[in-house]
Design a protein. Sequence first.
Length: 153
Amino acid sequence: MATMSQNIKQAAQNFEEEFVDEAQAVAKKAGSHLRDEAETIGAKASSVATQAADKVKNAASYVGEKAEQATGAVGAGMESLGSTIRSHEPEKGFLHNAGEAVADKLEGAGHYLENQGLKGIGADVTNLIRRNPIPALLVGVGLGFLLARMVRR
């Protein structure tokens, strides 16, 4: 009977060892499968993020190009308006002088917008702020104060 008990214990121990080995093999296989799936999902997520970033970049570039084109069109319109004013002003007198001044300013501003665009304006504003930081700060504070008062009402 002792041998039968030992045989049962041995069989149970063998079963337990086989069960543990099998469970470890299944867990290892499942872990490997999960790792592979996680890598696949990560790669897909990275791909989607890259595509989204590219689309945003393209959209921003398109909007920037359209804004530059619109700025050029506004500049051309201002030059045209200046020329129209110049062609319809009187030949002498106060109205002639006022018309000339307005036409000159419109044509000059239109030419600037047409040639420089938004990038040129941004660079000029940046340089202006660098050369005059305190007045620029005061203007910013003043505009902020006025905007805050307008929003509060």
